[in-house]
Design a protein around this ligand. Sequence first.
Ligand code: GLU
Length: 478
Amino acid sequence: MANNQTVDGLDTHFFNDVCKNFDHAARFTHHDAGLLDQIKSCNSVYRFRFPIRKGNGFEVIDAWRVEHSHHQSPTKGGIRYSEMVNEDEVMALAALMTYKCAIVNVPFGGAKGGIKINPKRYTEQELENITRRYTVELTKKNFLGPSIDVPAPDYGSGEREMSWIADTYATMNPGQLDALGCVTGKPIALHGIAGRREATGRGVAIAAREAVSVGEDMQKIGLTAGLSGKRVIVQGLGNVGYYSAKFLAEFGATIVGIAEYEGAIYNADGLDVEAVFQHRKETGSILGYAGAKQEFKSSGEGLEQECDILVPAALENQITVNNIRNIKAKIIVEGANGPTTPEAETIFYQNGGIIVPDMYANAGGVTVSYFEWLKNLSHVAFGRMNRRFEENSNLNLVNMVEGLTGVALTPVQRASIVKGASELELVNSGLEDTMIRSYHEIREVFKATDKVDTLRTAAFVGAINKIAVSYKNLGVWP
Ligand code: GLU
């Protein structure tokens, strides 16, 4: 099958890049060519247009939902609100969702949505109209539902948009018990889950921590093991970039640079992420932040400064043959989807670097979305049934040990031992476990498969093998 499935005169490089990576990895598997084609193809591409009222007139909105793979149900993936959205991009991102879910053992197929608008040009009322109409269109065509296809936030969308989707879908499906499981990333008050907002960034930080914790791998690229003191540049201060930077700093790294589309700032002694975030909120720009020692007018220049780890957490296609040779980092941890082109990746590895690939590094979001969906289907918050029971058991145990040993714990020690897990603690623990296990799964494939050149290829090999098993279990392939 040819890779360029998209016609329409569109620039098809992003989906092609994903397919190129897939084809490269497929050579390290032993599956039937037809099965590989089935895994790689975008199963359903729904392109639609609808009108909305704007000012005194109407405007026609372009929108998409792509379900890349139905080897598992439902399909899952965010909805991007951006003027740059096109069919090729939505297809590529849907495909990445399929591999991402397989890598972190989340039982979903991949999907992605896109609405071609610049959200800043619309009032809240108009955005609500657009989102509700988008939801109606998907529902009409059976492209939405807790067992069909479950969207989530992506670039340009958040909790507010997800609550409009949930409400519209629930209204159109009266009596459907699991209706609110039709979308994730909802506000907590509307059956969202604690920790979802931070999940992608937290996952990126755990991914980076795990990668640098392996002494043997770090030695090969001339770095010491451990995050402590590692200099990090983050591109993007949106949801993913902000939380990645925040948790990386919490885990001991030093955030030396932050780049946004208006420019970049740098301080070798470290930047206070929260203060930069507040500065941008107040002034509309990271530039002019008093704690920066250097400022760059172009975002790209910010990526080329001295650091150990670079976290591109903005958009795709940021690290290309044009700038890869100027990147000083030894490790790239991909917070965004598709930030590095395949050609740039080859050069980076040849120069002795490693890339922790997007499909793994930013899978924290969909992992916690999975937890939210489980919560919605079970209609009970995590920890609700067992928290007090655990506390009582722990209390009995502490009392008994104190009685037997005659040693009294301090109130702080007692509280920390007795305490039952909250929903947030359970979510964070499930996320951490997923990210750590998945990293080592990928690393094992990387080490065990002769000639596998990158962690991305290893991640693809693992994902392809898991998806192939699903198809075989479905009885589609012998
Ligand atoms: N948009 C996010 C991603 O690209 C989240 C997807 C989800 O939670 O379904 O992974």
